[in-house]
Design a protein around this ligand. Sequence first.
Ligand SMILES: Nc1nc2c(ncn2[C@@H]2O[C@H](COP(=O)(O)OP(=O)(O)OP(=O)(O)O)[C@@H](O)[C@H]2O)c(=O)[nH]1
Ligand SMILES: [Mg+2]
Length: 318
Amino acid sequence: MKNSAELQKILFTGLEDGGKTSILLLLDKKFSLLPAVKPTIKAKRTFYTNSLLGIQITRWDLGGQKIYRKIYINEKSKYFTETQTIFYIIDIQSQSKFDEALTYLKDITNIVSETHIENFQLLILLHKFDPDIRDNSTIIENQRFLESQITKIIGNLKHSIYKTSIYDVATLLRAFSDGVFYATPKSKMLQGLLKDYMGKTFNSATLLLDQNCFIIASRSTNEDYQRICEEIAPRLTRALEKLEEWAINTVDIVTTIEFPEKHSDFQKEGIIFLRKLDITNTRLYLIALCLNKNVKLKSYEYLPILADNLKNLLESFK
Ligand SMILES: Nc1nc2c(ncn2[C@@H]2O[C@H](COP(=O)(O)OP(=O)(O)OP(=O)(O)O)[C@@H](O)[C@H]2O)c(=O)[nH]1
Ligand SMILES: [Mg+2]
């Protein structure tokens, strides 16, 4: 039997038409259901298990129409108590609804400020930040406006803001991974192993992904290096899996990199590599960013030791 620490309640909330149900469908890879998504009637619960980290989650998709929002606020103990993580979704394209979205966010913030549990996380998704309109001046203005208002509304409650779109799955994998896995004790143990590996190899970012491309642990020396790896990881795993469909045993996918602003000899022959690790019948991916040749060599040299340590740790979880 699982202990209660491993059972999490996670809410997806926000106004109607924000994209909550679509996000869940995409994370579940139910692509064919996406075009026909309908407004959610009241609250819909679905279950998600991550066997690698031994986490079981109840995901509450709270339909965002006004009549339902009233019900949740009136019955706040039913809907909001014992919640580990809230994803609050705001449609970044829907300027006319910003005031209403911020008011509802304020209501929720007031509720959880009173009662939230340890390690509670609030993740605000500025959603429908689609790849083709990212540089659009209205969208940039909307983003600035929302970020400044959110900071005012939320006060001291810890929160993070993400820009997401169903047309860029990496943005959603990252938000979900941060909100659901990152603070768990097992992820922290895995992060410890990545830290040791980085200490030996001096690479600049190392991420561990499960077979669905959720980031289950990561370490980096710099936010940008982390983002780069997060953004390309799902694309590299796709390439690796495609090659496997051709029955080509693909050990890794490697890209040679050079940062234009860093021309010193030190920064030569850097790589980002994605390596598959099949440990005790479980598919994992490791992605690492190495700024130069020495780091690259060391990162490969210490890989077997890291793989061994991961294997031992994952077996101890069982
Ligand atoms: N452009 C764009 N449209 C999106 C995105 N995500 C969802 N949508 C669209 O937004 C509309 C509403 O999506 P839903 O997932 O039903 O929204 P919801 O938040 O669950 O709505 P309620 O259930 O009524 O609360 C649908 O037409 C989706 O196709 C996105 O990232 N970009
Ligand atoms: Mg819905």
